[in-house]
Design a protein. Structure first.
Length: 403
């Protein structure tokens, strides 16, 4: 039975595509941060005006201008227009972190993956609320979108809050570095656009993970109901796994890149803070704010992935419960089939999880990461009193290990 299940699964994995369910319905109203996506030039509906279409392409040179000013920031903000290797490396990594979301969102929203995912979740919602009704091709006529609308509103508000919060942080982070009058309007415009793009992609990523969580929840209910055959449950499992795989392949690179950037940023700033001249040019408040921002950015990338992985563990528990129920049920002949299904679910659990840097993310892993980061920062802060002399003292500073 197990071999039959795995054989059926392999055939399905090779042939299944979300485009098989892809009736074209007008569901753009369920896009989170709808107006922010349009304001940032990341996406426009197919029936938009000519002005909106032109603006959609105008944002490409705006993106290029933002790239130039971020790369040249270390050069333009110095009195003698000099640029060191360290400043250039910092500008390049900052540009990658702030400008990749624009390219990703334009590419991801131009693929059918996201609208197909919305339609699938709508179909799941309709099938659970209309178990006795046969769904026809027009899903929009029978699907209950109430809960999906609540989810869209929640993530849209979250996107606006992220945009305003990140804009405020970067203004406070860059404003003290600006020296000439023309710097302020130019870099304010840059910050508005890059933070708009950043907030949109983060909201979109979190929203997609939440949709996958709903898919897995539907699979758990399908298993617990014990009203479907093993073959039907395997088919449902395959559909969810294929859906998550489609999103994971598109999201993993940019999410891993952002997590890696913020992790390296924490390490570099922590190491640089141990030099005696660091706080002569970099205020303590900006240092602490930068570390807090990096920590929050990492958490906002890892938590949605952990939400999906945590939900996938419920599939194994549901399959185990189904097997136990079949085993204790008198005069049953399905024990072997349910055991094979349990083994199959355990073997394919990783396919129902989201990975970052190649690792399936769980809540426990997030806690361990922040525990060790917090412990490292504690030791760094503990060395401040030894690395730097008191403000009123004349004793020389203790040389750093790098010197």
């Amino acid at each position: 039975m197990l071999k039959a299940i795995q054989h059926r699964y392999n055939i399905f994995s090779d042939s299944f595509s979300l485009e098989d369910e892809g009736e074209q319905h007008h569901i753009v109203e369920f896009y989170p941060v709808y107006w922010l996506l349009r304001a940032g030039g990341l996406w426009q509906p197919s029936n938009c005006s000519h002005i909106a279409t032109i603006y959609h392409w105008v944002t490409l040179p705006i993106w290029g201008t933002c790239l130039i000013f971020i790369l040249m920031m270390g050069y333009l903000l110095t009195d003698h227009y000099t640029l060191s290797v360290g400043e250039l490396a910092n500008s390049v990594t900052t540009a990658l972190n702030l400008l990749c979301p624009y390219l990703f969102c334009r590419w991801y929203l131009s693929t059918p993956n996201f609208p197909m995912l919305l339609q699938r979740v709508a179909r799941i919602t309709a099938s659970t609320s209309n178990t006795d009704q046969q769904l026809d091709a027009n899903v929009a006529d029978v699907a209950d979108f109430t809960s999906l609308r609540r989810l869209v509103v929640m993530y849209s508000l979250s996107g606006v809050i992220h945009f305003l919060g990140s804009l405020g942080f970067w203004i406070s982070h860059w404003w003290p570095l600006l020296k000439k009058p023309w710097h302020y309007p130019v870099y304010f415009t840059v910050l508005v656009f890059v933070n708009l793009w950043w907030a949109c992609w983060l909201c979109l990523y979190s929203f997609v993970c939440h949709l996958h969580k709903r898919e897995i929840s539907s699979l758990i209910q399908c298993i617990k109901s014990d009203t479907k055959t093993i073959e039907e449950m395997v088919t449902e499992h395959q559909q969810v796994a294929a859906s998550i795989a489609g999103s994971s392949q598109k999201l993993q690179f940019i999410v891993s890149l952002c997590v890696l950037y913020h992790s390296v940023d924490i390490l570099i700033f922590t190491w640089a803070s141990q030099t005696a001249k660091f706080f002569d040019t970099y205020p303590v408040s900006q240092f602490i704010g930068g570390l807090a921002w990096d920590g929050w950015s990492i958490l906002s990338k890892l938590f949605p992935a952990a939400m999906v992985t945590s939900e996938s563990q419920g599939v194994v528990l549901a399959a185990a419960g189904l097997f136990v129920a079949a085993k204790i049920r008198p005069a049953t002949s399905q024990v072997t089939d349910h055991n094979a299904f349990l083994v199959f679910v355990q073997a394919t659990q990783g396919q129902l999880s989201m990975s970052v840097l190649g690792w399936p993310i769980t809540y426990g892993l997030i806690m361990k990461i922040f525990y060790w980061v917090g412990l490292g920062l504690f030791f760094v802060l503990k060395t401040f009193s030894h690395a730097f002399p008191p403000a009123s003292g004349n004793s020389p500073a203790v040389p750093s290990p790098s010197t």
